[in-house]
Structure formats: structure tokens, C-alpha cells
Design a protein around this ligand. Structure first.
Ligand code: SAH
Length: 368
């Protein structure tokens, strides 16, 4: 068994991160968890911020080997939400005090789609301005790899954060889980482009992929740091039966769930002042899995706002929970849960990561 590293330090080596991720003894898990919570409270405070998740379209040009909405999955019933529906959801999010929304779609690069999205973002920004949100609701985009020009247009339209998961930083594993026309380097370039334009940039990985090692996951965390990332969204890999990785052996559910929480704690200890989301995939494996993430250093919650039917069709992986997270009872009970663990619901705030305004970490500004 590896000894735990000094948990009060702020710089961790690869070997030390591997040790953090390897803990299984309940006392050690608790020590790592408590240290992550302490860093979170010191660096980011006790607020938990909400981003209403709007899955605006499940049409995708990619064929990722793990993803349920991949192009080759002929069982997918395609949809694209109308502009007006998205506007109503954004308004609902603002009324609920969310402060921010995330617009997520499959990867689409056609002009009509992107033009409409640009317009939608502009409208959301003007229509959600209120005394509570003088600059309108915060908008995060998660729409995959795009050209620099597209990223710029959408930034100018009013989006200010962008999520693009690197999925894994092991290039061999990356090429094993993606078709030959998708490249690790392209993703890295996209992340750097987004940063250069001025977005707050989020990335993340899937945890427990077939063939992925603890050493890979430790490298993932070091990559987040090197790339000066502001936000992290990561969760356990969940095999989808209608995909090529559906039947490939991977760690069991309990291991993936445990590693999901340990990745959050270790990322908090290493990156310190970033935002980390408690993702839905944690809940797909355990009804309490997402809430538990807040005790391991997560501080962002993304209530699902996608309307009824579309929700089922945005089926990245099986077992996605179908909760009515936008009703008042849910919000009251979530808020009560947070109070119980010494946290508060940050309402009517964008809830940007302190890291984003601190001018970054160790990396030099990216050149073009
Ligand atoms: N087109 C957007 C959105 C992709 S879906 C983009 O490229 O960013 C959002 C995330 O879901 C993916 O980045 C991936 O990490 C995750 N995901 C997809 N399939 C999954 C699976 N089977 N298990 C767990 N997570 C999955």
C-alpha cells in the first residue's frame, strides 16, 4: 500500500496524485475527502452554483465509440429544440435564480445551425437581463470542436464559458475510443483557442474507460493544471449497449463510482480554485452519487432542463436519471441538503471560478 502524501501541500507530483487516487481504506478516503473540502472552502467559499442544462439537439456528426448519440447509432430519434423553446427555458432558469445555463448539443458545424445558435445566444442575453441579473444569465456552451471563427462569433454573441472534454489525455487510449478522423491534438488546440478568445474554459475526462489506468487519470489532472483550466466536468464511463464500447470490459460500477469521487477530490487538491461539477453520470451509477460529490470538492450543479421527450433522446449512456429538477420542491430539498453539509445555494450569480479572475496558473498565455 502506498502512503498518503502530505495533504496540506499545494503542489503534487504524478506519483502523489496516483497515491491519492489509489486510496480505498475508509480512513484514508475520509482524510482525502476532508482535505479537498477544506481547500474548496478556503479557495472558493461555500457557495454551490447552478447551471440549467439545456440539451438543445442530439444531432451529431461524430462517431465516438462510447457515446449513445453517435452518428452511426440508427436507433437515435433526432431532435433540435426550437429557438423559442430554448428562450423559454433560459427565462425559466433565470426565474429559478440559476444564474447560468449550459447549452449542450451534439457536434454540428453547419451554418444554419450555428447562425441560429448565435442569434439565440444574443436573444437570451438581452431577454434575461433583470435587477437580479444585470448582465443577463451566464451562458456556457458545450457544442464540441468548432473553428476559431465560430468560437469567436459565439463569444461575441454573449457566451462566456465553454466545456470541451478531452475525454482522456492518454493519446493511445484517445485514438482507441474515437474514430480515426478525431484527434487528441485537435481537442487541445480547441481548448487553447477558446482560452485565447477569452472564454473561461472547462474540460474533463471519463473515468473507468476500458484500458485506462490510475496513472492515466493522474496525468489527466496534471493536464488540467498545465492547460490552466477554469472548470472541470468529469464522471464515470457508463457503457452504452448500442456503441462499440458497449460490451468491452471495464472496471465494475462501484470502482468507477469510487474513482469518480476520488478524481474530484484529487483535482480539487491539485487545481484548488477551479469550479468542479457534480455530474449526472455519478447519479446514474448511484442515486446519491451526485450529492456525495459535493462533499468531495465539487461546487457546481447542473439541473437538467431539457423538456420531456427530448430528454430521453439525449441518451449518452443508459440509466440517466429523469428527475424533475426544475420544480420548487427539488430546489428546496437540494438547498436543505447543502445547508446540512455547511454549504449554501448561490442564487442569481454567474458563479465563475475564482481561478478565472486570478489570471491563471503556471502556463504562459497561449500563442496563436
Ligand atoms: N458534442 C458535445 C457534447 C458531448 S456529450 C461535445 O463534444 O462536447 C458530453 C459528454 O458526455 C462527452 O464529452 C462525454 O465525456 C460524455 N459521455 C458520452 N458518452 C458517455 C458514456 N457512455 N459514459 C459516460 N460519459 C459519456
Amino acid at each position: 500500500m502506498t502512503a498518503l502524501p502530505d495533504l496540506s501541500q499545494s503542489v503534487f507530483s504524478h506519483e502523489e496524485i496516483v497515491a491519492l487516487l489509489s486510496v480505498v481504506d475508509p480512513q484514508d478516503v475520509e482524510a482525502v475527502r476532508a482535505a479537498a473540502e477544506k481547500v474548496l472552502l478556503k479557495e472558493c467559499g461555500n457557495g454551490v452554483y447552478l447551471r440549467g442544462l439545456i440539451e438543445a439537439s442530439n444531432v451529431c456528426r461524430c462517431d465516438c465509440h462510447y457515446c449513445g448519440i453517435r452518428k452511426s447509432n440508427t436507433k437515435v430519434r433526432h431532435y433540435t429544440l426550437a429557438q423559442n423553446d430554448i428562450l423559454l427555458l433560459a427565462q425559466q432558469a433565470a426565474n429559478l435564480g440559476y444564474g447560468s445555463i449550459v447549452i449542450q448539443t451534439g457536434e454540428r458545424q453547419n451554418k444554419t445551425f450555428l447562425d441560429a445558435l448565435e442569434k439565440t445566444i444574443q436573444l437570451i442575453k438581452t431577454e434575461t437581463v433583470s435587477d437580479a441579473l444585470p448582465q443577463g444569465i451566464g451562458i456556457t456552451l458545450c457544442i464540441g470542436e468548432q473553428t476559431e471563427e465560430t468560437y469567436r462569433r459565439l463569444f461575441k454573441a454573449g457566451a462566456h464559458r465553454y466545456l470541451l472534454r478531452i475525454e482522456t489525455t492518454n493519446p493511445v487510449l484517445f485514438s482507441r475510443i474515437h474514430p480515426a478522423d478525431q484527434h487528441f491534438e485537435t481537442r487541445v488546440h480547441c481548448l487553447q483557442r477558446l482560452k485565447k478568445i477569452g472564454y473561461q474554459v472547462g474540460t474533463g475526462v471519463m473515468i473507468g474507460l476500458p484500458g485506462q489506468t490510475i496513472e492515466d487519470l493522474a496525468n489527466d489532472i496534471l493536464f488540467f493544471k498545465e492547460q490552466d483550466i477554469d472548470m472541470i466536468g468529469m464522471g464515470p464511463f457508463i457503457p452504452h449497449p448500442d456503441t462499440p464500447l458497449g460490451g468491452v470490459a471495464c472496471p465494475d460500477e462501484a470502482t468507477r463510482l469510487h474513482l469518480g469521487h476520488m478524481m474530484i477530490a484529487a483535482t480539487r487538491l491539485v487545481l484548488r480554485d477551479v469550479n468542479i461539477a457534480a455530474t449526472t453520470a455519478l447519479q446514474a451509477l448511484d442515486p446519491a452519487g451526485r450529492e456525495r460529490a459535493f462533499r468531495f470538492g465539487a461546487n457546481v450543479m447542473m439541473p437538467l432542463m431539457t423538456p420531456g421527450e427530448a430528454r430521453e433522446d439525449y441518451n449518452l449512456y443508459p440509466g440517466k436519471p429523469n428527475l424533475k429538477e426544475t420544480n420548487n420542491d427539488y430546489q428546496v430539498s437540494f438547498s436543505a441538503f447543502l445547508n446540512e453539509i455547511g454549504r449554501t445555494l448561490g442564487q442569481n450569480q454567474w458563479g465563475d471560478a475564482p481561478h478565472a479572475s486570478r489570471g491563471g496558473g503556471n502556463s504562459p498565455p497561449f500563442s496563436s
